[in-house]
Design a protein around this ligand. Sequence first.
Ligand code: CP
Length: 303
Amino acid sequence: MENLIDIESISKEEIIKIIDVAKDFKKNKKKSDVINKTLALMFYENSTRTRCSFEIAGQKLGMNIINFDANHSSLLKGESLKDTIENLYFLGVNAVVIRHSYSGIINNVMRLVKYPIKFINGGDGTHAHPSQALLDFYTMLEKIGTVENKKIVIIGDVSHSRVAKSNISLLSKFNADIHLCAPTYLQFENKSAYNVTYHNDIKEAVEGANVVMLLRVQNERHEDSGYPDSLEYKRLYETDTKLLKEYASNDVILMHPGPANRNIEVSSELLDNRVGKTILEQAQNGVYVRMSILNTLLERIGE
Ligand code: CP
């Protein structure tokens, strides 16, 4: 694995290796191979979990971390992203995590940069969020052992979600039974491109579900979707304890990539109870999975 741009570009074996190494880091059974390597965090879009967990992961691995401040960088004087990254490479940066609102921008700049710096996609537009899908997969395996033939229901703002796309791609490689539930105006336009079952009705969708993964209603991406209002969405699609108790499997796992809109896509009471705690464990697993990603990408640099 040379870079981490999307799930489509990595194999099942590479995914399993990332998961296994993450397990070892979590159990404190593995030492860092990347001490003193340098990581730059380049976030052009807001983030709490991804940015902080990559920073903590890098610190736990003994790496040097640069929190690149896009708003005070020479990008504002007109320097290109390619020139910025090539300069960072010559300053000693080995890898960059980039989050950006433009879909595909990380792949584009990676093809332009002439030097062997490693690229990690921290979420680009509506395209991909591969480290999120990997930590989600890790959490599912930890909780239910396997995803094969398990009913995994992704509910919410599917059409704007890079998390949904990366999860579908990953879960398809491992033969999960994937269901998507959203109002028609938030479904994918090219439905036939994905090997999933579509639902409008949330009760039908969660029936017997092993995993219910909620997505944030992404208000900032709604200018053109005809999105009516949050209350209408809440009336039909809010997940709460009663819904899960009546329709999902007894040991259903609740997931959400965060940040969550309380009392819109998920009830506050469910978020704060025992079932909702998995969402915090999911975020915590992000540290170990990101340690594994950094170690895997950088372990051979300088050999
Ligand atoms: N899940 C996720 O990407 O969260 P942040 O936007 O807080 O990084």
